[in-house]
Design a protein around this ligand. Structure first.
Ligand SMILES: [Zn+2]
Length: 487
């Protein structure tokens, strides 16, 4: 384990571990015996910003009070799951390969995110190249022109992995962004002496093998024979089918392993950033195992902890469009998914012809009908789970379940490199609002706020994280068993 930097020459934490078993696997329960010391600072964090409309004109208290929360933090993060450009000047093209939709907006909504107080932006996700590399680069240029810090993409893999830096009053922040869920052609490449590199995102590739018990592998062999495909000679031979690898084993399960080269490249960047900045934030876009899953995959749990061990102060996850649990690991927060923060995905317009082909057959259909077809009939955002699934029951289409429209904005208060308080502000995005209003975040009312915090509390139980509901928000503080004992 890499040592945690002591940038203020102070002891960080002496740790003893008590191992307990949670639903998400083995959980190391960390107890700190030394009080965190050093300057205090705060970080606000939110999930996916799918923002397609101006919001700086709103003046209602639930919206402005949320803006105040974001502005008051020393740094504020969001996942920019969009490209921003003026379509009339745009030199690129909508790509065949996209993240499930072609997310883009004119520059105005991004300017409003700056107005709200956001200054740290992740660009690596499954929508990074919906409008090609040019859409990604236009977005980076716009972020640069607004003086905003961004990470996760670049002209080469090295640049995409490199931290973005923010010099703030309380210290220098480094942001390292990556995606585990991304379209195959969006990953950046490094140059060689004889060939140039490739622009794109920093990816952490996950290798999947499907292990089947003998009877199930025999079933697969029968399917292959029926389709006149090569059948393996024995139950121990691996089978390639539909682009996936199946192997025999004692039980049926999916085995996921992160690519070791990707992992080491990113951890190297974390270790470097911990020397170059005062505070390090690592963030990943991780839909796995799927949007309906409320538990993070084991590979993400392992990787997030490695990032903390390498010197990160916070790990922020997003991707599945809904909340997942929170872990406090060695005095640092790991937010496994912050869900949506803006979810204005019914006002993305115009859309390429492919989108119309997916949902409507005639050329007369326009955006209003397209989104009726896509969302009102539940053709999108609906995941059918088998009864044996261990990752939860699908909440249903985006239009049907409030889960996609309920989240938290977190504010982590640190002293030095130790978390001393984590505030969870419940946020609601207008699930039942008309299309022109839907998807804009506001602080939730008391009843809805309690429901959201209760849900997040339940999701955090497997990590041993205790959250209390106080004055309308969720709060985590070090436990009373010692001045700074951590969950
Ligand atoms: Zn995504």
């Amino acid at each position: 384990m890499a040592s945690i930097p002591r940038r203020y020459g102070l002891p960080v934490f002496a740790l003893c571990s008590v191992v307990m078993v949670g639903a998400a696997g083995l959980i190391a329960r960390q107890v700190a015996s030394v009080a965190p010391d050093g300057p205090t600072w705060s970080l606000a964090a939110t999930g996916d910003a799918i923002i397609t409309r101006r919001v700086s004109l709103y003046d209602d208290p639930p919206f402005l009070d949320l803006v105040k929360v974001i502005r008051e933090a020393d740094a504020a993060f969001t996942n920019l799951e969009m490209s921003f450009f003026n379509l009339a000047d745009f030199k690129g093209y909508p790509q065949v390969e996209q993240g499930g939709n072609w997310f883009f907006a004119p520059p105005g909504p991004l300017e409003d995110l700056k107005w709200m107080g956001f200054d740290l932006f992740n660009q690596a996700n499954n929508h990074t190249t919906d409008w090609g590399v040019e859409g990604m680069l236009e977005t980076s240029r716009l972020l640069d022109s607004l003086g905003l810090t961004h990470a996760g993409t670049g002209m080469t893999l090295g640049e995409a992995t490199h931290a973005g830096y923010l010099d703030a009053k309380k210290g220098r922040f480094a942001l390292i962004g990556l995606a585990t869920t991304f379209t195959p052609m969006s990953m950046a490449g490094d140059p060689r002496p004889e060939v140039k590199g490739r622009p794109g995102l920093s990816g952490l590739r996950v290798q999947r093998t499907y292990q089947l018990e003998a009877a199930r592998l025999a079933d697969l062999s029968r399917v292959l024979a029926a389709l006149r495909r090569p059948v393996p000679d024995s139950a121990t031979e691996s089978v390639q089918f539909l682009g996936a690898t199946f192997v025999g084993g004692p039980e049926s399960k999916v085995i996921e392993k992160t690519n070791p080269r990707d992992e080491e490249r990113i951890l190297r960047a974390v270790r470097s950033a911990a020397k170059q900045a005062d505070y390090v934030v690592v963030t990943s876009h991780t839909h796995e195992p799927g949007n309906s899953g409320t538990e993070p995959p084991q590979f993400l749990i392992d990787f997030a902890r490695k990032c903390i061990d390498a010197g990160a102060d916070t790990y922020i996850g997003h991707g599945p469009h809904q909340l997942r649990g929170i872990e406090i690991y060695k005095g640092k927060p790991i937010l496994y998914s912050l869900g949506n923060f803006f979810f204005q995905n019914e006002t993305i317009e115009p859309m390429p012809s492919d989108m119309y082909e997916n949902f409507a057959r005639d050329s007369e259909t326009l955006a209003g009908d397209l989104y009726d077809l896509r969302f009102s009939r539940g053709r999108s955002g609906h995941w059918h789970m088998s009864p044996e699934s261990t990752i939860g029951v699908s909440p249903g289409p985006y239009s049907m379940s409030p889960v996609w429209y309920e989240t938290v904005a977190t504010v982590a208060q640190f002293r030095g490199h130790g978390l001393v308080e984590l505030k969870l502000y419940p946020v609601e995005m207008g699930h039942k609002s008309p299309r022109g209003q839907k998807g804009t975040p506001r602080l939730a009312n008391a009843q809805k706020g309690k429901e959201i915090i209760d849900r997040l509390t339940r999701l955090s139980v497997p990590f041993g994280t205790q959250i209390v509901f106080e004055n309308g928000i969720g709060v985590w503080r070090p436990s009373k068993a010692g001045a700074t004992a951590q969950q």
